[in-house]
Design a protein around this ligand. Structure first.
Ligand code: PEP
Length: 249
């Protein structure tokens, strides 16, 4: 296990004011000495960010948003929220490039603008990359990942404010995770791609896709992983706590 581990909870379009209270158990855990190296970041829906910030204010848990608009400036974009608004909400992170947003129109070019605007506002970025099942079947995984890295990060200087989340699309919400050997090799390949592109030696790479309290011990065998992006299982505090406890043991 690497030193600090990220546990990023992506609540997607779930959660209400009541469910936020269950997070108190996770806050309690985060204060135990043994779990201090767990960097817990909650990314709830925009409407719950303020609630979360209030709840976690006396802990080291931080809060992020799940997406942002590409426009740095305010504008006529009904229903959208840009990095400036996220920054002023008090959130510190933003997820960009999630496959659930790529399918509704986020191209690598749009993602590139989003990342640039987030970094300008001094938000940390959780940059999701990953191949679809079809791309995997055609042996195009590395081609796709390379392209997501090169185009998504075009004209962005090497920095440490981006966490790379490798999320194979075929694994998200399906209960299927990659074979451990394959995943280990994939993380190695991604590190090499980032090194070639940025000359960055130790990028932070986390894994996401059907992480749960049953498969976490297996996933945790991969020492080069810097943490996990957890969707479904993070919405239940007991499951999320189990994941953290089994990782930091
Ligand atoms: C995600 O949406 O980022 C994710 C990892 O989802 P799940 O854990 O539910 O597969």
């Amino acid at each position: 296990m690497t030193n600090n581990m990220f546990f990023i909870a992506n609540w997607k379009m779930f959660g209400d004011f009541k469910s936020v209270n269950s997070v108190k158990k996770v806050i309690k855990l985060s204060k135990i000495k043994k779990y201090k190296k767990a960097q817990i970041i909650y990314c709830p829906p925009f409407t719950l960010i303020d609630r979360f910030l209030n709840l976690v204010k006396n802990s080291k848990i931080t809060v992020g948003a799940q997406n942002c608009h590409y426009s740095e400036k305010p504008g006529p974009f009904t229903g959208s929220i840009n990095s400036d608004l996220i920054k002023s909400s008090g959130a510190k992170y933003v997820i960009i490039g999630h496959s659930e947003n790529r399918v509704t129109g986020d191209t690598n070019q749009i993602i590139n603008l989003k990342i640039k605007s987030a970094l300008k506002k001094k938000l940390k970025v959780i940059y999701c990359i990953g191949e679809t099942l079809n791309e995997k079947k055609k042996n195009k995984t590395n081609l796709i990942l390379r392209s997501q890295i090169i185009h998504g990060l075009k004209n962005i200087k090497k920095n440490n404010s981006i966490i790379f989340a490798y999320e194979p699309v075929w694994s998200i919400g399906t209960g299927i995770i990659p074979k451990i050997n394959n995943l280990e090799k994939q993380i190695y390949d991604i590190k090499n791609m980032i090194f070639k592109f940025w000359k960055l030696k130790n990028p932070k790479i986390i894994y996401g896709g059907s992480v749960n309290s049953k498969n976490i011990s297996e996933l945790n065998k991969i020492s080069s992983i810097n943490g996990f992006l957890v969707g479904g299982a993070s919405q239940n505090s007991k499951n999320f706590i189990d994941i953290i406890k089994k990782t930091i043991n």
